[in-house]
Write a protein that binds this ligand. Structure first.
Ligand code: PNW
Length: 441
């Protein structure tokens, strides 16, 4: 693979990313409360391989070995999330000292290895106790989230490089509350719209509260974004692509950066539109220090409901997502063009592929190629003037891929779930060499 990429600034943030539920295991250890994903996994048929997060990668026990592995990759940053029910088992009130101690070990362990800690507060594992009172559909959960954010900042904030409030609010709202294929498994467009509103509101309220408390970490949010491309040039397909662009991108970006929901999406929602209280939209525009972008693919949109995704002829990953690095450059340029964005970080990018372990090696040339081409797409956006702060691979290691269970592997490190042995795949070795070359350029 050629390395034509370059000219990344010396202080560019290079990382690998994970999330708590997907790697930690120890689902009821040391006082941790259940999360909505613990409960969702127990529903028959919810998870492809009927698995759960009880053990996952046993990162809760193996964290020191894992941090050594991250350091050995030569990255300068690690993105992880805190399990809210591990640190505050009921989602309000009492804190769990052992849970907080765990994240303190992670943060101090990262700093000891010269790695920047980038923390996400909500990577989906809401305390079950809060779901019992309505979860994200209940406006009161926004206040519970503010308290949680303040507690984490009080304990860890002085050592964090960044705090992201939410990971991918679209996934929580739409996959969790409209499609119902992710926790908590609700199927209501109206509920989903209210949930998205409360996620954005809680983000803004948390930012304001954190700034008042005093914060040294950079503050932002992480969105999953994809350019929407009409399947054909027909007026119907183009109109559908515009609406999908509204649902996935503008629904989140417009309130965050312009203080208003997009009119076309509001009109499409009709009676399902969220209840908005005076001041809500104002709260959502709290200034951010960074915007996290998770990019996997573009979306091809058709007005024809029988259209099958992944049929453009482009190669697809094991998730069925088309490999389309040009879409990342396009997306980053669009963000710069349409919004007053702070520095952008690619907070997730990577691919699931069918890996084969042969003689202790994983020759994942498809993943290696995927990463190299997407890093080049970031470089291209930078050449065209986009202010990029960093890039993080999803994921450090194979892990619990939500409704797909352990069948889909996104890691640049292979995990043998029988032995919990970690093995660097070719993509990890390539990333390490690529980063080493960056340093000596
Ligand atoms: C992201 N979609 O999830 C998450 O942030 C990660 O936790 C996850 O492992 C990773 O991407 C890979 O899936 C997504 O259907 C899940 O569009 C689904 C979608 C997008 C992102």
């Amino acid at each position: 693979m050629s390395n034509k990429t370059n000219n990344f600034p010396a202080d560019f943030v290079w990382g690998v990313a994970t999330s708590a539920f997907q790697i930690e295991g120890a689902s009821s250890a040391d006082g941790k409360g259940p999360s909505i994903w613990d409960s969702f996994c127990a529903k028959p048929g919810a998870i492809a391989d009927a698995s759960n997060g009880d053990n996952a990668c046993q990162h809760y026990q193996r964290w020191a070995e894992d941090l050594d592995m991250i350091a050995a990759l030569g990255v300068n940053a690690y993105r992880f999330s805190v399990s809210w029910p591990r640190v505050q088992p009921a989602g309000s009130g009492a804190w769990n000292a052992k849970g907080l101690d765990f994240y303190e070990r992670i943060v101090d362990g990262l700093l000891a290895r010269d790695l920047q800690p980038h923390l996400t507060l909500n990577h989906w594992d809401l305390p079950d106790a809060l779901q019992a009172t309505g979860g994200w559909a209940n406006r009161d959960t926004t206040q519970r989230f503010v308290d949680y954010a303040l507690g984490i900042n009080a304990r860890l904030g002085d050592r964090l490089a960044s705090i992201a409030t939410h990971n991918e609010p679209w996934v929580v709202a739409v996959l969790g509350h409209e499609a119902g294929i992710f926790a908590p498994g609700i199927k209501s467009r109206k509920t989903a719209a209210q949930v998205s509103h409360h996620l954005l509101l809680s983000h803004g309220l948390a930012l304001r509260a954190l700034r008042e408390q005093g914060v040294s970490a950079k503050l932002g949010i992480v969105l999953n974004l994809a350019p929407m491309h009409p399947a054909t040039d027909s007026a119907a397909d183009r109109a559908q692509a515009t609406l999908e662009d509204g649902r996935l991108l503008r629904w989140y970006l417009d309130p965050l950066f312009k203080g208003a929901y997009p009119a076309d999406v509001l009109a499409d929602l009709g009676d399902d539109a969220p209840q908005i209280e005076p001041g809500d939209l104002q709260s959502m525009t709290a200034p951010m220090d960074f915007l996290g972008v998770n990019y996997y693919s573009h979306s091809v949109v058709s007005a024809d409901k029988s259209y099958k995704a992944g049929s453009t002829g482009l190669p697809v990953t094991d998730m069925g997502w088309e490999v389309y690095p040009e879409g990342l450059t396009e997306l980053l340029l669009r963000l710069k063009r349409d919004y007053p964005v702070p520095p952008l970080f690619v907070t997730e990018n990577g691919g699931a592929f069918k890996d084969e372990m042969v003689d202790g090696q994983v020759h994942d040339s498809d993943r290696l190629d995927y990463l190299a081409r997407h890093i080049e797409a970031v470089a291209e956006a930078m050449r065209q003037g986009v202010n990029m702060g960093g890039y993080m691979v999803w994921s450090l290691m194979d892990n619990f891929e939500w409704a797909s269970g352990y069948e889909k592997r996104f890691g640049i490190v292979h995990v043998d779930y029988q032995t919990q042995q970690r093995t660097l795949k070719d993509s990890a070795l390539w990333y390490r060499d690529f980063l080493q070359a960056q340093k000596t350029l």
